[in-house]
Design a protein around this ligand. Structure first.
Ligand code: SF4
Ligand code: SF4
Length: 329
């Protein structure tokens, strides 16, 4: 008989509920439309998805960006955020307000009709590009992201380099590493970020003459397609238990949910993008759920005391920790 897997609730392990600090980061998910359909995608994005930011919500987010100088970073994600009509107006609103703008880009979108101006556009607006390249080997990338994705990603990185990315201090280019999805119970944590960054730098320079700033290692959280994959292979509970057994309390201070608001294409507010995907809404201390419209009416971004957590939070707190900016400790 299979042994029952027992979990410690995350809050108990963390020794208290996570609390919010002052909000300085706005992460906006512009929708689920993407030109790719990667196997590990926690958003379950694909070319067939149609859910995306409406003009009305886009206007409200621009108002939020204009109204709150405490927002230092505006981070655009998706799907492929560049595919939404509101992407450029949002970037320009943020830059006019002197915010750092991050785009989480899949790189291949620059080769699709209607989007070939993006690298020049990013240069012009000094957008920080955070690009997924889950491996420096073509086979592994194509297996996770689709045939031909590695070659296009390499061409896109060379294009960005030619425009000054990574050599000009105002044009930052970061890469993201996601481990392969587990296929058996030999789970492993993300490799050491500094060591992997050094390997990526050497290999990409030698083989493709590519340079970049930082490599972020990001753990696969059991959310979205990763969760479906784990459930299909009966690895969901063992993987969660593995993450729990590597809980590292030192990661708590740096968790991305501490100082960010995550906004979905409908204007709903969450503590992070993973909670957004799992429909776990952020709440005020009186238990109200929030929208961008509410925040504008309240005149404050700092209305959440306690962060909503779930078992998948063990993914952010295992080992060196994991966030949109990579390892935490
Ligand atoms: S992982 Fe990124 S590039 Fe891949 S389908 Fe999801 S949103 Fe698109
Ligand atoms: S999934 Fe990670 S970022 Fe989101 S609430 Fe949990 S610990 Fe925080």
């Amino acid at each position: 008989m299979q042994q029952e897997i027992v979990f410690t609730p995350f809050e108990q392990k963390a020794n208290s509920q996570l609390t919010k600090q002052q909000i300085t980061v706005l992460q906006v998910n512009l929708g689920k439309r993407c030109n790719l359909a990667c196997s590990h995608c926690h958003v379950e994005a694909s070319p067939q998805r149609t859910e995306e930011l409406s003009p009305e919500i886009c206007e409200q987010i621009i108002e939020l960006i204009n109204k709150f100088p405490q927002i230092k970073i505006v981070d655009f994600t998706g799907g492929a955020p560049e595919m939404n009509y509101g992407f450029k107006p949002l970037v320009e609103a943020a830059r006019e307000n002197h915010k750092q703008v991050i785009v989480r880009s899949n790189l291949t979108i620059y080769f699709e009709a209607g989007f070939t101006d993006l690298p020049e556009y990013f240069t012009q607006h000094q957008v920080r590009v955070v690009a997924s390249l889950p491996c420096y080997l073509a086979d592994n990338v194509d297996k996770m992201r689709g045939k031909g994705v590695f070659d296009k990603s390499i061409q896109a990185l060379q294009w960005l380099n030619k425009l000054g990315y990574s050599s000009n201090p105002n044009l930052i280019l970061d890469l993201v590493y996601n481990p392969q999805l587990p296929v058996n119970e030999n789970f492993s944590l993300t490799p050491n970020q500094a060591k992997l960054e050094s390997d990526y730098k050497k290999l990409l320079k030698t083989n493709f003459d590519i340079v970049f700033n930082n490599l972020f290692t990001i753990t696969n959280l059991p959310v979205g397609r990763t969760k479906f994959h784990l459930e299909r292979t009966k690895l969901y509970l063992p993987y969660l238990k593995f993450l729990e057994s590597h809980f590292n309390p030192v990661t708590i201070d740096g968790l991305m949910c501490r100082n960010e608001l995550s906004i979905d294409y409908l204007g709903n507010v969450y503590d992070c993008d993973f909670n957004q995907m799992m429909n776990l809404a952020a709440k005020t201390s009186s238990g109200e759920i929030l929208t961008v419209k509410n925040l504008l009416a309240l005149g404050s971004l700092d209305v959440i005391e306690k962060i909503q957590t779930a078992a998948y939070c063990y993914g952010c707190t295992a080992g060196s920790g994991s966030s949109c900016g990579g390892a935490l400790v």
